[in-house]
Every structure is written in C-alpha cells, then in structure tokens.
Design a protein around this ligand. Structure first.
Ligand SMILES: [Fe+2]
Length: 282
C-alpha cells in the first residue's frame, strides 16, 4: 500500500494474489476511517468488474451504464450540454454525490481511470465530514438550514426532498448534494449556499488519476467532481451498496465528540446537538 500527497491510501491490485477477504478488510479499514481509498493496477473493463465484485454487494445499473453495469465516462461530444449529463462532456463538473435523487443513494462510487486525457481532468474531492465540522464550528445557521428535512429537492419529477447534511441516529451523518439544474434549495438553504461553497472550497483536493488508478469513495461522505479537460479521457464507474465485509456503518461519525471537551474531540459540537455553540477551529 502506498500513500500519495493527498493522504489517500492506494492498494496495489497488480497481481490479485491477496485473498479477497484480507483485501476487503484492509480497504474497509481505510474507507471506514477516511471515506476514500485508491487502487492501482486496474487495466481495463475486466479489472473494473473485478474491483466492483470485490467491493460491492451488487453492481447497481445506472441510466447510462452498459449491460455489465459499468458506466463509461467520456466526452461523447453530444450529451455534455444536456440536463444532468454534464459528466459525459469535457467541461468542469461541480462537486456532487452520486444519485442524490434516490432515497438511498449508492454507498460506494468506484472510478477507474483507463485514460487520463491530454490535459486537465483532475478528480475534485471533498470530505463531507470536514465540511460538516467547519459549518458546525463556524456557521451553525448554515448547518441548521442545510440539515432541515426539506432543505433541497433533488432530481426531476420522480425526485425527492432531502437534507444536504442529514443527521442520522447515533451521531452519524450523511451528505447529499448536486449543484446543477436538478437541485433546488429551500429559501433558507439557498441563503446558506455561499457558506456551504466556502467550506467546500476550503476542503477541496484534486488528484489527476493515471491509467490503471482507481478511486473508491464513500458516496455518503465524499463529494466528487472534475476539472475541465482536453483529449481522450476515459473512466469506468461502478455504483452500488458496499460489500458487508467492508464493515461500513450508516453514514459517517460526527466530527465532534459526544462528551464536551473529550480528548478525542476533533471538532466542537454545534448548538442544539450535544453541547453549546462553539467557535473553535476544527
Ligand atoms: Fe459523479
């Protein structure tokens, strides 16, 4: 396993000799802690399917996926300008979570890079846990508005109302976001979008994947997007619920401690949650 400057752990799959159970345990530990992991050595559609079978309970088909359930992400030259299809163009793509219009969006997003393109095309990544921590610490009004049950409406006619930051049982949270025409926000949430975007910008990292590299994202925690690119960029995407052996609990742990002042507190609790409003950095 190697770590890059982003702190993402990359697991090598070149030989595929490690027993699947051990590999799942190692990758699961990283996903549980960080919400993101990387793979190297995925060289084609066959390998992408092997990764999907390794990490997903099932491969969920998508509107744009092929018969095998994988979606080819590339500039088709004719769809990128259409509503909800910007991913199939070459422009930049605002950070989002996948399938935000579903009651239970897929837990894992697997992005396998087969061809990085000539220039640009960096994957833009944002840890929703860090964004939550910043809003809780500095923008409690934003957290209040964005965690309301009807903070946003995602999707078209068959979409749904949902919070952007969802407060789940047991001090766990889930993030859900898109920023294109298929997302509308309540007036209260809309007023807090600048605060949300500022927090997102402060926690944005980018990585230019090379051929054979893959990114695994906890879609209930991490936002992802893309920088504009030129040339032939080709990725394969797999979506689905996480394999049970990865041990992912619902959502992610709040970035503050239940006990005010606890030593492991990474971030102060927001007002009305587990303690008084706090203003310390997290
Ligand atoms: Fe996406």
């Amino acid at each position: 396993m190697t770590s890059n400057t982003l702190g993402v752990d990359f697991f090598a799959l070149d030989s595929w000799t490690e027993p699947p159970g051990e590999l799942r345990e190692r990758i699961g530990a990283t996903l549980r802690e960080r919400g993101i992991a990387g793979l190297t050595g995925a060289r084609g559609r066959h390998d992408a399917l092997k990764v999907a079978r390794l990490l997903l309970a099932e491969l969920h088909p998508h509107r744009d996926s092929g018969p095998d359930g994988l979606t080819t992400i590339r500039d088709t030259g004719r769809q990128g300008h259409r509503m909800g299809l910007a991913g199939l163009g070459h422009s930049d793509l605002a950070v989002h979570t996948e399938s935000s219009q579903l009651p239970s969006p897929p837990r894992l997003v697997i992005l396998v890079c087969l061809q990085p393109g000539r220039a640009g095309g960096e994957s833009i990544l944002v840890d929703g846990r860090a964004v939550l921590g910043e809003l809780a610490g500095f923008r409690p009004a934003a957290l209040e508005a964005l965690s309301a049950p009807r903070a946003a409406y995602f999707g078209g006619a068959d979409g749904l109302f949902a919070p952007v930051l969802e407060d789940l049982p047991s001090r766990r949270w889930r993030v859900r976001l898109r920023q294109d025409e298929l997302a509308r926000f309540s007036p209260e949430a809309q007023a807090q979008m600048p605060a949300l975007r500022t927090a997102i910008a402060r926690h944005t990292v980018s990585v230019r994947l090379t051929a054979g590299q893959a990114i695994l994202l906890d879609n209930h925690r991490f936002l992802h997007g893309r920088a504009a690119f030129t040339g032939e960029r080709l990725l394969l995407r797999a979506l689905g619920p996480a394999h049970s052996a990865l041990g992912l609990e619902p959502g992610f742990a709040a970035p503050w401690s239940a006990a005010e002042g606890a030593k492991d507190s990474a971030c102060p609790a927001p007002a009305g949650r587990t303690g008084p409003a706090a203003v310390k950095p997290c």
